[in-house]
Design a protein around this ligand. Structure first.
Ligand SMILES: N[C@@H](CCC(=O)N[C@@H](CS)C(=O)NCC(=O)O)C(=O)O
Length: 358
């Protein structure tokens, strides 16, 4: 059997879900790093209609078939390689497990990603340099390097715009995430697994998509959710022996808890007037930008949904950023830097306020 080819971005929790499934099933594979700005040449062979979102699996043992969307990939692996360990038991619960995974992909996974980005950008945007340049540039793994700060600002603008991090509060993402976590706690009750009293794709999907919440202080520190993180470690210890070995060092570093929030009120009195001027300047810019460009524009998602099989549809929330002329770059940065300095701290305050993290 030839190794399967798995196209990934290393920080993606959806990609890690497939890495985990392939390891669990002991199927041979090679990972190919995907750069959205310069997709790997091999992907040119993929059907034009396929969404260029990873994970993407290419199977050289099946006429170089390409398949995307993590739960669709899990089902494919199960059907194509039935001799491997099972993730969808062949009983009444099979369809329920598939529906459960698809629902988590279209909701929970998108929410945890937005919350983790909000926490990273709001607390230390220079950490984003690690995500996008951590492998190429040594300085990128030091969030205190001035270059990381500058790159962090630039990347933050793209991430805020692409994942609409400035709208987390308005979209009720924190509340929806907590509701989902509460539902899972309720479903799990005293059970070891989500379905069938055995490890299934449902446990694998939930634990994979939970990972970004590791950096979201208000969730991790909430005693209500400790049992869920304990369930996640138990599942990983038993069923993801390779998880620790294969975790990307950048991801590892990124998932390390951030230093607790900067203490407020300790600013030197000499610096206070500078902060005040900065604050007034940014506030003014924010009002102007809001007036001219409409801060709350509610563009619909731009990744087409495959409607050929409605019961298998997966929703995505990314926006494509199209800067067609150099002239558009300036208003783009004015708008999203304003969000970075004004809106994002307010958004972070919203998710931290409940637990009163100081
Ligand atoms: N519903 C998809 C989600 C895929 C997705 O959102 N992939 C992101 C990585 S987490 C991606 O491809 N990002 C690259 C980009 O935004 O260009 C799944 O279950 O696989």
């Amino acid at each position: 059997m030839q190794p399967l080819r798995l196209y990934v971005v290393s920080i993606s929790h959806y990609c890690d879900k497939i890495r985990w499934a392939l390891d669990f099933k002991s199927l041979p594979y090679e990972k190919i790093e995907f750069n959205p700005r310069k997709p790997p040449p091999d992907l040119k062979r993929a059907p034009k209609t396929m969404k260029k979102l990873v994970p993407i699996l290419e199977d050289p043992n099946n006429n170089d078939l390409f398949i995307c969307d993590s739960t669709h990939i899990l089902i494919y692996l199960e059907e194509q390689y039935p001799q491997t360990k099972n993730l969808f038991p062949l009983n009444n619960n099979r369809q329920r497990i598939i529906d459960f995974c698809l629902k988590l992909d279209s909701t929970f996974g998108l929410y945890t990603r937005r919350l983790a980005y909000l926490q990273l950008i709001g607390e230390q945007s220079s950490k984003l340099a690690m995500v996008f340049g951590g492998k190429k540039f040594a300085w990128a793994s030091n969030p205190h390097d001035i270059r990381s700060y500058l790159f962090g600002y630039v990347f933050s603008c793209f991430v805020i715009s692409r994942y609409r991090i400035h709208r987390v509060k308005e979209d009720g993402i924190y509340e929806k995430t907590k509701q989902l976590l509460d539902d899972i706690i309720h479903d799990l009750g005293q059970k070891q697994y989500l379905f069938n009293n055995e490890f299934t794709a449902a446990d694998l999907t939930f634990c994979s998509l939970l990972k970004p919440l590791t950096v979201v202080t208000s969730i991790v520190q909430n005693p209500k959710y400790h049992s869920l993180f304990a369930y996640d470690s138990r599942i990983r210890q038993t069923y993801d022996a390779n998880g620790k070995l294969t975790t990307d060092p950048v991801v590892e570093k990124l998932l390390q808890p951030l230093p607790s929030n900067r203490k407020r009120g300790t600013t030197s009195w000499l610096l206070k007037p500078i902060y005040l001027i900065q604050f007034l300047f940014i506030s003014l810019m924010t009002i102007l930008v809001g007036y001219f460009y409409g801060m709350d524009s509610d563009e619909p998602p731009q990744f087409k949904v495959d409607e050929s099989n409605p019961s298998m549809t997966v929703v995505n929330d990314q926006r494509l950023i199209k800067l067609t002329s150099k002239l558009q770059i300036i208003p783009f940065f004015i708008r999203y830097l304003s969000h970075l300095f004004i809106t994002i701290p307010l958004q972070l305050q919203h998710i931290n306020s409940e637990n009163k993290i100081k």
